[in-house]
Design a protein around this ligand. Structure first.
Ligand SMILES: Cc1cc2nc3c(=O)[nH]c(=O)nc-3n(C[C@H](O)[C@H](O)[C@H](O)COP(=O)(O)OP(=O)(O)OC[C@H]3O[C@@H](n4cnc5c(N)ncnc54)[C@H](O)[C@@H]3O)c2cc1C
Length: 470
């Protein structure tokens, strides 16, 4: 079809499961030009409204059609410093691509032929990385203002990126030894290679951003200490605490939270077996519980761990609703299916079963049906009576959600939080109940997306500038 999307090349599903190599290859120049030229340069480009950081999508795509790659980079850079990251992991099908004129109105996600904006953005970011297009920061001494960011996920990185445009000194304090938040400990390398992630984070060092790892604010340092030294503080501590099912047997051996499992692979290098012998148990019959990105990532990682350890096994995802309701990205679901991940939809775990040594051996489940749409616009899973059955398993990964980490919040009584333990902010400014303390990302909105966290970071930076840093 004349106006069909240009599909990127991908590693073959049968082979890619034996490695953690990046699955989706970017466009080459010819493919990029073909895709960019499909954009009809709408008079009122709705795609821009679909982007939480408001990249001028129409302009950068036009510049690409003119082969003005540096111009395209500058256009994106004005709004977003992380094009290679966002071009790979932004759920564009729910954002800019959904708002593209090629997606009919009221569709829940982008139509197949909506312009592949993230892959065009990725082309620009990767071009800039290859050519090292970044401009150096002029050497400012005696900064007038200083801002501290807590956590180094996309929300804080964006605050730093925005404020350094105005010669503000930013220091980032991160609890882990590695920077990037979920981008580093959660998302596997086959979706986001670490050289890409580290390159775009390290660019901030050109702007004199200070990075301090291994610092847990609330333990190693207090918020009050930061407020004495910095004009403003941004809290971007994310939602890193796993939600559990709270059913019988959940503390059996070989039941992991997805966060722990993914951290062992991504940060403790279990993906580099046998070079690294990180302790991680490898099931023959792995079951992942959940339907979001985290569940899909955990399942695809577990499959690769089986393959590189030469274990002939299965990986099954259990989800209470149907595929249509899965919150995971559509492309990731397709990739998982291609790789041989199995799915048990409309299935609700009721109890974990063990052998006499306390190892998990099965999950007692109930079949479900879906209710009518409720007032949140979702269909509730309703367990069906007498539908009990058992799924045999020897390793379970629970990926049903994440919630706000309370380590810092529990040390600051004046910080207002909501019933989910997330920080309450003024939605227009992102300022918290403590003056000069701002917050954004998953610690404010609960589990969200990278670009939403970046959007909140941008808003917070703008408010700090308006109110305290001029
Ligand atoms: C496995 C997984 C896959 C995902 N895939 C996608 C995807 O493909 N696309 C997408 O858009 N979104 C995805 N998401 C969601 C997305 O990653 C998050 O919405 C986003 O990272 C939130 O950013 P953040 O800056 O708020 O916090 P985070 O990325 O969570 O970073 C918070 C950081 O703060 C640090 N921290 C916490 N407490 C302290 C403290 N007291 N002191 C110092 N540091 C602290 C943490 O160690 C962490 O590094 C995924 C999430 C997960 C878990």
């Amino acid at each position: 079809m004349k106006n069909s999307i240009i599909r990127p090349k991908e590693l073959d599903a049968k082979e890619r499961v034996y490695s953690f190599d990046e699955v989706v290859m970017g466009y080459d120049e010819t493919e990029m030009l073909q895709e960019a030229k499909r954009c009809i340069q709408c008079k009122n480009p709705t795609c821009i409204l679909g982007c939480p950081v408001e990249i001028n999508i129409k302009k950068f795509i036009y510049q690409l059609t003119q082969k003005d790659f540096e111009g395209a980079y500058k256009t994106i850079f004005e709004k977003n410093r992380f094009p290679s990251i966002c071009g790979r992991v932004c759920p564009a099908e729910y954002q800019c691509r959904k708002a593209c004129v090629f997606t009919p109105k009221n569709q829940p996600f982008a139509s197949e032929n909506a312009i592949n904006i993230p892959l065009l953005e990725r082309f620009v970011g990767d071009y800039a990385r290859e050519k090292n297009l970044i401009e150096k920061h002029k050497n400012v001494k005696n900064y007038k203002y200083k801002v501290a960011c807590i956590g180094s996920g996309p929300a804080s990185l964006t605050v730093a990126g925005e404020l350094t445009r105005y010669n503000i000194k930013v220091d980032i304090f991160e609890a882990l030894h590695s920077l990037g938040g979920v981008l580093s400990y959660g998302i596997p390398t086959f979706r986001l290679p670490r050289e890409v992630l580290n390159y775009e984070i390290n660019l901030l060092k050109n702007y004199d951003v200070g990075f301090f790892t291994g610092i847990i604010v609330g333990k190693t340092l207090t918020l009050q200490e930061l407020l004495k030294e910095y004009n403003c503080v941004f809290i971007g501590t994310g939602a890193g605490t796993p939600v559990w099912l709270n059913i019988k047997g959940e503390n059996l051996v070989n039941i992991y939270s997805a966060n722990e499992y993914l951290t062992r692979v991504n940060l403790m290098r279990a993906d580099k077996f046998p070079t690294y012998t990180t302790p991680i148990n490898t099931g023959k019959k792995v079951t992942v519980i959940g339907g979001g990105n985290t569940a899909i990532d955990a399942a695809r990682v577990a499959l690769r761990i089986q393959k590189i350890k030469k274990i002939n096994g299965t990986v099954t995802i259990i989800y209470r609703r149907t595929e249509a309701e899965m919150p995971a990205r559509r492309t990731e679901i397709e990739h998982a299916k291609e790789e041989g991940i199995e799915f048990e939809f409309l299935t609700m775990p009721k109890e974990f079963i063990s052998d006499d040594k306390g190892n998990v051996t099965g999950i007692k489940c109930l079949k479900c049906k879906l209710s009518e749409l409720d007032d949140t616009g979702r269909r509730k899973p309703i367990p069906i009576e007498n539908s009990e059955f058992i799924i045999e398993t020897d390793l379970v990964i629970v990926a049903i959600g994440l919630q706000a980490n309370q380590t810092l919040l529990s040390t600051v009584a004046e910080l207002k939080t909501n019933k989910w333990g997330e920080i309450e902010v003024d939605k227009n400014t992102m300022e918290t109940s403590i003056p000069k303390v701002f917050a954004g990302g998953d610690i404010v909105g609960g589990e969200g997306t990278i670009i939403e966290a970046m959007g909140m970071g941008k808003k917070a930076a703008k408010s700090m500038l308006n109110k305290y840093l001029t």
